[in-house]
Design a protein around this ligand. Structure first.
Ligand SMILES: [Zn+2]
Length: 379
């Protein structure tokens, strides 16, 4: 019995094992049911959809500037180029100026320091560069004079207007050679510094460091920079010192504080004030609105945006520049570039930026309370 039953049991076991294996294989990898097929098809579809490239495109330079003027300006590489020229970093200009000086000394080892200075000034303040900056200075002077002239009686009285215009008329652009012109500030020849000053004798002048001349051939940067400096001749604290502050400046400063451009505790003239620097940026931005309008008619949208970028490209890292004369008084680049320049309605209009909700709140003479209330009464 044993010998007959054992092969039968063995046969039965092998059969059931084979059947089990077949069934397991069918269940796990056999023909899918309709629902399973549909599910797997939909997975393929989903997968395909995910792999498809995104439909949106990256914003172009103009859109990007309109959206975030500060980030877009400061993300532009060096040199920053527009159709009129370029802007280099502050450090690049100073290095170039020092290299020029080193070459002069190498080639003329017996020269006195005066001879070296003279040669350095002749090279850096070349006729071509002097002409370029003098022309920009005259453009700014005319534009700022017209800006003051065109303000209505609700902004400036006749005598206030005359006082401001008289001050603008006598500002000089002081450029060497001769070297003696900068005799009291010889360091300036290799620096990137640009400044306005009123001498004890009452002379009002703008001076330009040699490194700035080497750095800058962009007309837009010259206009903003010279516009900023010239505005200091009529800024609220400069006129306060001369006791000729126009009445409307009080409202203007209040607007600067409301806009967040000037800290409330730094809104009065004194050692910590922020008013004069913000005023100078604000005037420079108004002038830039005019400059962009006149000069960019035939530009592409990108070139027009490059022009706007170059106006303030060199302000991005100014907060960390030691050479700035009144460093603590300048606002952060985010406010200078992003708000004061970047939100200027004329600039935005020329760049065809979509109007923003708060555009009407930008500080302008005609949006100040006394200008608005006089409009009300004449209605
Ligand atoms: Zn300034």
């Amino acid at each position: 019995m044993k010998s007959r039953i054992f092969p039968l049991i063995l046969f039965a076991l092998i059969c059931s094992a084979l059947a089990g294996a077949y069934l397991w294989k069918t269940r796990s990898s056999g023909t899918p049911t309709r629902a399973a097929a549909a599910e797997s098809e939909s997975l393929v579809t989903v997968k395909k959809k995910k792999e498809a490239p995104p439909a949106h495109r990256l914003p172009d330079l103009n859109e990007s500037y309109c959206l975030d003027p500060h980030a877009t300006t400061c993300a532009t590489g060096w040199p920053s180029i527009d159709p009129t020229g370029r802007v280099l970093s502050d450090a690049a200009g100073e290095i170039r100026a020092l290299r020029v000086m080193r070459n002069i000394i190498r080639e003329n080892p017996t020269w006195t320091s005066e001879q070296v200075q003279d040669a350095l000034i002749t090279i850096i303040y070349s006729e071509k560069r002097r002409t370029r900056f003098k022309d920009s200075f005259e453009w700014v002077k005319t534009a700022l004079t017209n800006f003051i002239k065109e303000q209505p009686a609700t902004v400036f009285s006749d005598s206030e207007k005359t006082t401001l215009l008289d001050r603008l008329a006598v500002i000089e652009l002081q450029l060497p050679p001769p070297a003696a012109v900068y005799a009291d500030a010889m360091d300036l020849v290799t620096k990137n510094t640009v400044y306005y000053e009123r001498t004890p004798q009452g002379q009002m002048r703008l001076r330009l460091g040699g490194a700035y001349l080497l750095n800058t051939s962009s007309w837009y940067n010259m206009i903003f920079t010279l516009g900023h400096e010239m505005a200091h001749a009529i800024d609220p604290c400069e006129t306060y010192q001369a006791d000729i502050t126009p009445k409307i400046y009080g409202e203007l400063v209040a607007c600067f504080v409301d806009a967040g451009w000037v800290a409330p505790d730094r809104s009065e003239c004194g050692p910590e004030e922020q008013v004069s620097e913000v005023f100078a940026d604000w005037i420079a931005s108004e002038l830039m609105g005019k400059a962009l309008k006149v000069a960019t008619k035939d530009y592409s949208s990108t070139d027009r945006t490059r022009a706007a970028i170059n106006a303030t490209r060199d302000l991005c890292d100014q907060a960390s520049t030691e050479d700035s004369l009144d460093l603590s008084l300048h606002q952060q680049p985010r406010i200078r570039i992003g708000d004061i320049m970047g939100k200027n309605p004329s600039v935005r209009h020329t760049l065809k930026c979509e109007p923003k909700k708060n555009d009407s709140r930008y500080c302008r003479f005609n949006t100040l309370p006394s200008a608005l209330s006089s409009k009300e009464t004449t209605r």
